[in-house]
Write a protein that binds this ligand. Structure first.
Ligand code: NAD
Length: 494
């Protein structure tokens, strides 16, 4: 680990404990006894080991989750008591917020300012939001169009045992944004965090025990996606998968879920456009576009990775973005001065650099950045690429790194077609002072979230998900909670 920046003693104590799997309310080693290294992406050092879960571990977790779902304290718990439990979990995370933030930064690489001010508070707020839903899940009464007298009603019941599979870019937030509605709805879960960033999920497991979550309600199985994730996806005892990750893995889950026709919510990749109209407030638009693609080192599913600007303003906007990019301070996330951390892993570092190389090979020009940064860790300079055409890989494929591709637009009537020229449809952002143009374009863009004169905004009450190959279903809000329920119709003849 970098000699100069060390975690606090409290966080080091957590790292020094042996990490285990949480199954049926107790910690245990993986069946294989094998572990995976936890690597600090700021310097490549191994900072801990986590269990490499197996199919048998998943099996044990599913049995525990099924038992807890059908009988025992959880099955009998009132909605109000579930709400108190979620609130208690939020309080316990908040009480340990510095430690959660440090673990997230060490594991993922993101700046400590971001973990402290975004990831951890957002996770706490989300749990409190979902606590409120426990007592508000409701059905409806319906008319029956038949001779005779009837009462017909719908009931919303928990979908059952749910597999929650999460990615590495916002580990705690992703886990909580699935755990909150799953528990609010009364489900039991198997949580499988990304193998690159499992520390905050495992620490969350300790919090769940401290909060007295009944055994079997939340099981946490770390390990490889191809082993643990695949076993959850294939398991006949799992009723639903809520997955956030790549489109490729999302597609593989469709096949895996076939056996018992699991319900699937898929939050997948994106290649989101940022569109700047000539009348936009350019200073805000440049800052918004820059933040959108460079925050969290570009590892954000809604990152505005394609920029479209009118040709006569292209140089001015790109110059502004080059300056914006040059002001990031790259460094280890634990350094409070760092504003851009490393990419999450050696593999992701290689992948992003390969994309930049492909752009050069296909004839694009690297306007700024374009290189690895520093002598240790997985840093990539914030990068802006111009002279692109719509067929290039960097324009079509999700890079998931700090790489912006900029296109000069000659005909503003083409903006909708350019924005929609993607297999993805996760989000888009539009910058203009003419709200009518903004709405007209927003209606034409096929994406799940559109922001106008703002970078990405998310929250547990704002439905979130993708059109096209960005996914199936919506998380958050009423739609999010409903996705963890089954709808039952009960008709009574009077
Ligand atoms: P990934 O698909 O490789 O992994 C995501 C999770 O799936 C991990 O927990 C992984 O272990 C697991 N997994 C891998 N193979 C599996 C398999 N065969 N069966 C079951 N599970 C498996 O994605 P990633 O590289 O961790 O994350 C980056 C991707 O996630 C990007 O494409 C990004 O856009 C996407 N993402 C989407 C959203 C969203 O809300 N739409 C949010 C964050 C990230």
């Amino acid at each position: 680990m970098s000699a100069l920046i060390k975690p606090t003693a409290q966080t080091q104590t957590v790292l020094d404990r042996p990490f285990q799997l949480l199954i049926d309310g107790a910690w245990s080693d993986s069946k294989s006894g094998e572990t995976l290294d936890v690597v600090n992406p700021a310097d490549g050092s191994v900072i801990a080991k986590i269990p490499a879960g197996t199919e048998q571990d998943v099996d044990r977790a599913v049995v525990a989750a099924r038992l807890a779902f059908e009988a025992g304290a959880w099955a009998r718990m009132t909605p109000g008591d579930r709400a108190k439990l979620l609130w208690r979990i939020a309080d316990l995370i908040e009480a340990r917020k510095e430690e959660f933030a440090e673990l997230e930064t060490l594991d993922n690489g993101k700046p400590i300012t971001m973990s402290t001010w975004v990831d951890v508070p957002a996770a706490v707020a989300a749990l409190r939001y979902w606590a409120g839903w426990c007592t508000k899940i409701a059905g409806e009464t319906r008319a029956v169009d038949m001779p005779g007298e009837f009462v017909a009603m719908t009931l919303r019941e928990p979908v059952g045992v749910v597999g929650l599979i999460t990615p590495w870019n916002f580990p705690l937030m992703s886990a909580v944004s699935k755990l909150g509605p799953a528990l609010a709805a009364g489900c039991t879960v198997i949580l499988k965090p990304a193998e690159q960033t499992s520390l905050t999920a495992l620490r969350l497991g300790e919090v769940l025990l401290d909060a007295d979550v009944p055994p079997g309600v939340v099981n946490i199985i770390t390990g490889l996606g191809s082993v643990v994730g695949a076993a959850i996806a294939e398991h006949g005892g799992v009723d639903k998968i809520s997955f956030t990750g790549s489109t490729a893995v999302g597609k593989s889950l469709i096949g895996a879920a076939r056996g018992n026709l699991k319900r699937l919510t898929l939050e997948l990749g994106g290649k989101s456009p940022t569109i700047i109209f000539p009348d936009a407030d350019l200073e805000s638009a440049i800052a918004g576009a820059g933040n959108s693609i460079f925050r969290n080192s570009g590892q954000i599913c809604v990152a505005g990775s394609r920029l479209y600007v009118a040709r006569n303003q292209f140089d001015q906007v790109v110059d502004g973005l080059v300056k914006f990019a040059s002001e990031f301070k790259l460094g280890p996330g634990l350094d409070p001065a760092t504003t851009m951390g490393p990419l999450v892993s050696d593999a992701q570092h290689g992948r992003v650099l390969d994309y930049i190389a492909s752009a050069r090979a296909e004839g694009a020009s690297v306007i700024s950045g374009g290189n690895a940064f520093g002598t240790e860790g997985y840093f990539v300079e914030p990068t802006i690429i111009g002279d692109v055409n719509p067929q290039m890989r960097v324009v079509q494929e999700e890079i998931f790194g700090p790489v912006l591709v900029a296109t000069a637009v000659d005909d503003l009537d083409e903006l909708a077609a350019l924005a929609n020229d993607s297999i993805y449809g996760l989000s888009a952002s539009i910058w203009t002072q003419d709200i009518s143009s903004a709405y007209k374009l927003a209606k034409k863009i096929r994406a799940g979230t559109i922001t106008i004169n703002s970078g990405s905004i998310a929250g547990p009450n704002l439905p979130f998900g993708g059109f096209k190959q960005s996914g199936w279903g919506r998380e958050n809000g009423a739609d999010g909670i409903e996705s963890f329920t089954e709808l039952k119709t009960v008709i009574t003849a009077l």
